[in-house]
Design a binder for this molecule. Structure first.
Ligand code: ATR
Length: 276
């Protein structure tokens, strides 16, 4: 019988994870199949017990369960515990361990674009939700020189900076302050939901003050190029669209489950095919 994997979340209807994982299982000649499981908030505990009962080998966890799922697991890896969020569960003989591949996946996705070590870079994260926290933790682990966080609700930005144990240089800004100080940064990371399909013309801040050559990334991958990314490109910035993070978080989940790294280019082609 094929090994069973899947994604639990609500909504999960539009997730492209089944497409990329099923193609990768086939490519790696693994007898496995990946399904979508729509799980409402009040069914999360039952769903996690279902993973054990049915012998599902591994799942991805998405909105709105990434934080709450931790309470139902047997172990949580250190990085995921620091992030307070799990996006990958491995089931080893009924023992469930939670990992987070969002932050590490983001780091992998920007590596090819870096021209100096992160320790010498000043970064600005726009947004202070779960995705921002994962990226903040990954950048902090990688000894990034400075990490500022800008958010509409400044207290949430402060919470991210304060929750992290080791002192990392950085401060919080309002979105308006971020607009004024853009020229200070080497890397600007857009993590809010602004600009996501269908609201494809929206962007969280104006890039008027950004310097040419600044690295600008957006974690939204639908559309492939957000208004924010297009604006940055027009201003002579180097851009990193969100599809890279999506692919790498999936690839790292795949490796947790199978011990093998999938073909990144194949995964990317599946997403690009689907989003055109
Ligand atoms: P995720 O877990 O995917 O990061 P989230 O926790 O809902 O999602 O966080 C969404 C982020 O987008 C937050 O930083 C949010 O700002 P607030 O903390 O002030 O709510 C930001 N965001 C969403 N809609 C926004 C809007 N219209 N203007 C400014 N920021 C917005």
């Amino acid at each position: 019988m094929a090994d069973l994997y899947g994604i639990i979340g609500c909504p999960v209807g539009h997730s492209m994870s089944p497409d990329i994982h099923n193609r990768s299982f086939k490519d790696q000649k693994l007898d496995a199949v990946y399904h979508r499981f729509h799980v409402e908030k009040d069914q999360l505990g039952a769903a996690v017990n279902g993973i054990r009962a049915l012998g599902i080998k591994g799942v991805n966890v998405t909105i709105p369960h990434k934080e709450n799922v931790i309470a139902y697991l047997d172990h949580v890896d250190k990085t995921a515990a620091e992030m307070g969020a799990v996006n990958t569960i491995v089931n080893l003989d009924g023992v469930l361990t939670g990992y987070n591949t969002d932050g590490p996946g983001y780091l992998e996705s920007i590596k090819p674009f870096l021209t100096s070590p992160l320790s010498e870079m000043k970064c600005l994260i726009i947004g202070a939700g779960g995705a921002a926290r994962g990226i903040y933790t990954a950048l902090a682990h990688a000894q990034t020189g400075r990490i500022d966080v800008a958010n509409r609700t400044k207290e949430k930005a402060l919470a991210i900076i304060q929750e992290y144990d080791a002192a990392v240089p950085g401060r919080t800004l309002s979105l308006e302050e971020a607009e004024c100080h853009l020229a200070e940064y080497h890397l600007v990371i857009q993590t809010t939901s602004i600009g996501m399909s269908p609201n494809i013309n929206d962007q969280p801040i104006s890039l008027e003050n950004i310097s040419e050559g600044t690295l600008v990334s957006d974690i939204i991958y639908n559309p492939i190029k957000t208004a924010f990314i297009k604006d940055a490109e027009q201003r002579g910035c180097r851009v990193i669209p969100g599809v890279g993070m999506f692919i790498y978080q999936a690839a790292l989940s795949f490796r947790h489950w199978t011990g093998k790294m999938p073909d990144i280019q194949l995964m990317e082609s599946v997403v690009l095919e689907k989003l055109g």
